[in-house]
Ligand binder design. Structure first.
Ligand code: ADP
Ligand code: MG
Length: 210
């Protein structure tokens, strides 16, 4: 089994749907340790992405083109830290997926490229209470699943499960990057909003692959 451009489009549409459904939760999480705009930022960005998909006159040729559209749209419509971070993630992922179909190792390449983009842009490592704490275990779980012969859908499910664990594990952490770091020790006890949105987006990828 492989994933094609229809999967990528479905992933993006499902991402928009889940981000919109969890808009208030993401706002509340960001209100606790940031400025409360993450749910609004992500909703604005993914709503713009779907509008662009709907307005396309010809279908996009490959997965990379879909991810590039997401990247450029998020970069121009999502403010704050998350816009450039997710934008860079999708741009790097697009460069890793200029192919018609992805097998399990192709899915790993996509996730690794996205994580590299986030780290290149934001310079965070694990344990700093950011989206990196969801992306890193997700990518590691994807590598392990692909190496053991899992299908692309199962690789994405493993990644989404690990992103969930990673996001929950941000709760006790003290933030040392991003706006939450201004709170110092008071950032502990709250789930990082970007780790939560990462989990939602990776779950959408897995569901689109089922
Ligand atoms: P802002 O912090 O500018 O208001 P958002 O609220 O949209 O932007 O996004 C906040 C999220 O961005 C955080 O929850 C965190 O996951 C992520 N983030 C912030 N800084 C970094 C960084 N340097 N590296 C990785 N992720 C980061
Ligand atoms: Mg914010």
């Amino acid at each position: 089994m492989t994933l094609d451009v229809a999967w990528a489009v479905d992933w993006v549409r499902r991402s928009a749907q889940t981000v919109i459904e969890h808009r208030d939760e993401l706002i509340e999480l960001d209100r606790q340790i940031g400025d409360g705009d993450h749910g609004e930022n992500m909703t604005r960005g993914f709503t713009a992405v779907v509008a662009k998909l709907d307005a396309l006159e010809a279908p996009l040729a490959d997965i990379g083109e879909v991810l590039k559209l997401v990247a450029t749209t998020l970069m121009s419509t999502v403010g704050g830290a998350a816009g450039p971070l997710y934008g860079t993630a999708y741009l790097r992922a697009a460069k890793a997926t200029g192919v018609p179909e992805l097998d399990s190792q192709g899915v790993v390449a996509l996730l690794e490229a996205a994580l590299e983009g986030i780290v290149a842009r934001g310079k965070a490592t694990t344990g700093e209470k950011t989206m990196v704490d969801a992306w890193t275990p997700a990518t590691e779980a994807a590598v392990a699943a692909a190496d053991s012969g899992a299908s692309p859908a199962d690789v994405l499910s493993a990644a989404a499960d690990a992103a969930h664990e990673g996001a929950e594990a941000t709760i006790p952490l003290v933030a040392t990057k991003g706006r939450a770091s201004y709170l110092g020790e008071r950032s502990a006890g709250h789930l990082d909003p970007g780790a939560r949105s990462t989990e939602l987006i990776l779950r959408a990828a897995a569901q689109a692959a089922q």
